[in-house]
Design a protein around this ligand. Structure first.
Ligand code: PRP
Length: 205
């Protein structure tokens, strides 16, 4: 079976839950992106690419629900996992807060252009979206955007940059992803994996 795991903040929880579920998987070394252990192969990918790898053929992956929603990937999601809990929110400089309904013509910096577009379309508000790849909080701080849509976990980054959370767009959690074809061709292995992880969660992971 082949697993694809996200580099970054979800990696630790991903390795931990799989090991507790009985899968002796090892993290690929610093620069190696694939590690083979027995019957398992573990790939490390950028968080935003994990659902894409699963959709196009890797059996199993772990990814944030934010990324799955943004990518719109066609994958199966048998389980929500008990880590990576945060939210995706709209935030603005605290001295210029307005309601989202009043943001016509505003420029929004984000790693999530799809979710942001759909959110504002739902409000019938037309905004300009500035797609960035990280350190989103910089954009309003230096004046190249009016607001951001980004992940909030503790709120520390927002506070440190003088930003206020205006509205939560979605709750975020890590998810177990399964390739549609693998679910059929590796039915028993996948079922066993899902069952074992479920047990770990029920025992208070
Ligand atoms: C995420 C997010 C925020 C921060 C939120 O950044 O984009 O910057 O964490 O966490 P907090 O509410 O606990 O402060 P990440 O570290 O993933 O880096 P990047 O977005 O700059 O790539």
């Amino acid at each position: 079976m082949r697993f694809v795991l996200p580099k970054g903040r979800l990696l630790k929880g991903s390795l931990e839950i799989l090991r507790k579920a009985g899968y002796d998987i090892r993290k690929p070394g610093e620069r190696r992106l694939i590690e083979r252990v027995g019957n398992y192969e573990v790939l490390l990918a950028r968080a935003f690419d994990v659902p894409v790898y699963v959709e196009y053929g890797i059996d199993v992956g772990i990814s944030g629900s934010d990324v799955v929603e943004e990518r719109g990937s066609d994958v199966l999601i048998p389980l929500e996992l008990p880590f990576g809990k945060c939210r995706l929110s709209l935030a603005m400089p605290k001295e210029s807060v307005v309601d989202p309904e009043e943001m016509d013509g505003y420029r929004i910096a984000t790693k999530y252009p799809g979710i942001t577009r759909r959110f504002f379309e739902g409000l019938d508000v037309e905004v300009e979206i500035l797609k960035l790849h990280g350190s989103i909080e910089l954009a309003p701080k230096i004046g190249i955007a009016d607001a951001i849509v980004d992940i909030v976990e503790t709120g520390t980054t927002l506070r440190a940059n003088g930003l206020l959370e205006v509205e939560k767009i979605m709750d975020v959690s890590a998810l177990l992803l399964v390739n549609r074809i693998a679910q059929k061709t590796k039915f028993e292995e996948i079922n066993e994996l899902v069952f074992s992880i479920k047990e770990v969660i029920e025992n208070g992971f």
